[in-house]
Design a protein around this ligand. Structure first.
Ligand code: NIG
Ligand code: FE
Length: 411
């Protein structure tokens, strides 16, 4: 099946060098092609070029993109999309002055979500999540990582991961699953959390692995949550079962999370609101993608991760939504793109790279997704008529996406 998209005002985010991630100064490069065509064959991009070079051919479908621009779909490499209840009452508590940590200490936060998850069936969780994915898709996201972590019992964690498996089977988006049993410490384990860590290691990980439910393993390695020692034990156990680490680090404090992630070959370390020079040094030369979550810092009024400093030091930077009911109730990657520029001072070129190819790397799919390249999967969106690519981060709060192609199909 051949599809032609013609008269594209501009294709943005072309990569002719098969890079799996983009680092440092190179993040400011963004290749474009104006007045272009693009041909999709089955699932993949077959060719693209200037309209003047389009040869006569018959196509199964033709799409006229006059005035519109074409971008590789966003990849959202960090979400907690499967959950049972929203948590706007905690949002109000925060406005009144409570901190995220105080709410968590008194049993709110992640434990609040865990209680609701336990009381919700797999089917209900699936139905809510698949609907959310419909909106995710309409905003231009084509690949998404989804974590468990609102279970905190073996049964509930498995339930969440089975929901993610069903989403993988039924959604046109590319989905990766991440086992986050070590997300919060259940009340009954307070004061002896090593016993909960034992449960994660001895019971949860083997069962998750037996059903092949997780691509990655995650730990919330931070002040008030899991320690570096807890994290090392869990990551070692997960790695034995073939789950690569991808962890939460340095949201509340300089937790040692970056170092432990790099030590265990994490594909990404995420959050990074609290970064010293040692953390930046440690990431240099590693295979680990530093991933910033602008929505969480915005929602919790946290200090901003030093994105500019990291890029200037030669590192890659990725930016994802962290979509979850407690600290980032938006999965809108167009907004993440805007925040990258407005709050973190990334140029539009850097911001596009941070939300496409670098997030694709952070979820292990950048060989197939994250840029426009011949042979890559046809995951892209076409905008409404817009004046320039800079308009995308500039016009925050408006959905600029008109048409979405995933795995080669218009969806
Ligand atoms: O990434 N930081 C840990 N986990 C989530 C928040 C989870 C919640 O509060 O429900 C995050 O921000
Ligand atoms: Fe998170």
């Amino acid at each position: 099946m051949l599809t032609l998209i013609k008269n594209i005002k501009q294709i943005v985010g072309i990569d002719r060098t098969n890079r799996l991630r983009i680092q440092g100064k190179e993040m400011s490069q963004l290749e474009t092609l104006s007045d272009a065509y693009l041909i999709v064959e089955d699932e993949n991009i077959k060719a693209f070029g200037p309209m003047s070079e389009l040869k006569d051919h018959t196509f199964d479908h033709e799409y006229d993109a006059t005035g519109r621009m074409l971008f590789p779909s966003f990849c959202d490499s960090h979400t907690h999309l499967v959950y049972a209840n929203s948590r706007e009452h905690e949002f109000v508590d925060k406005i009144r002055g409570l901190s995220y940590e105080e709410i968590a200490k008194r049993g709110g936060g992640i434990l609040n979500s865990a209680k609701a998850t336990a009381a919700t069936s797999e089917d209900e969780l699936y139905n809510m999540a698949i609907q959310r994915l419909e909106t995710v898709k309409s905003l231009g996201t084509g690949a998404i990582e989804i974590k468990s972590g609102y279970g905190l019992t073996t049964e509930s964690e498995l339930k969440l991961l089975r929901v993610i498996r069903r989403l993988k089977e039924n959604s046109p988006l590319t989905i990766k699953s991440n086992f986050l049993g070590a997300h919060g410490i259940p009340m009954e384990y307070r004061g002896h959390q090593e016993d909960y860590v034992d449960l994660v290691i001895n019971e949860m990980i083997p069962k998750v692995a037996a059903e092949g439910l997780a691509d990655y393993i995650d730990v919330f390695c931070d002040q008030g949550f899991f320690t570096v020692e807890d994290t090392e034990r869990i990551l070692e156990a997960g790695i034995k079962y073939g789950m690569r680490p991808k962890i939460h680090a340095n949201e509340m404090a300089v937790s040692g999370g970056v170092q432990v992630g790099v030590k265990y070959g994490a594909i990404s370390v995420d959050h990074l609101e609290q970064m010293g020079d040692a953390e930046i040094e440690c990431l240099k030369g590693s295979e680990t993608m530093p991933t910033i979550l602008p929505g969480c810092a915005f929602f919790l009024n946290l200090p901003l991760s030093p994105a500019r400093k990291m890029i200037d030091a030669g590192l890659s930077v990725a930016m994802a939504s962290d979509y979850n009911p407690g600290t980032a109730p938006s999965f809108n990657m167009q907004l993440v793109l805007s925040m990258a520029c407005i709050r973190y001072r990334l140029t539009p070129e850097e911001a596009f790279n941070a939300t496409t190819i670098n997030t694709a790397y952070a979820m292990g799919v950048s060989d197939r997704l994250g840029s426009i390249a011949v042979g890559k999967q046809a995951n892209f969106y076409i905008t409404k008529p817009i004046p320039s690519y800079e308009y995308m981060p500039y016009a925050y709060g408006e959905n600029k996406v008109e048409t979405v192609f995933l795995k080669g199909k218009r969806v």
